[in-house]
Design a binder for this molecule. Sequence first.
Ligand code: SF4
Ligand code: SF4
Length: 84
Amino acid sequence: MSDKFSPVLYKRKEDCCGCTACYAACPRDAIAMIPDEEGFEYPVIDYSKCIKCYNCLNVCPIKKYNLTRINRNSAIQKFYLYGC
Ligand code: SF4
Ligand code: SF4
């Protein structure tokens, strides 16, 4: 059994803008865009098709933005802690 983790595209709706990049990047057609009660489409993974390649996570602009922010905050923290 693989010890790779199953991808999670978002935990809160605020963390997904519905851009469909993950949907387009999935090589196994494991992601469907499903409308919520207001008609906005969000990606849903069919884990039985997923091969854990993580293309979907790598192309997500929200995840990239959050990572950039974390890295920038770490750099700022380091500056204040160590002065470099
Ligand atoms: S990890 Fe790969 S196979 Fe699984 S949903 Fe994401 S893009 Fe598709
Ligand atoms: S790539 Fe990210 S923001 Fe775009 S639909 Fe997928 S999870 Fe949402």
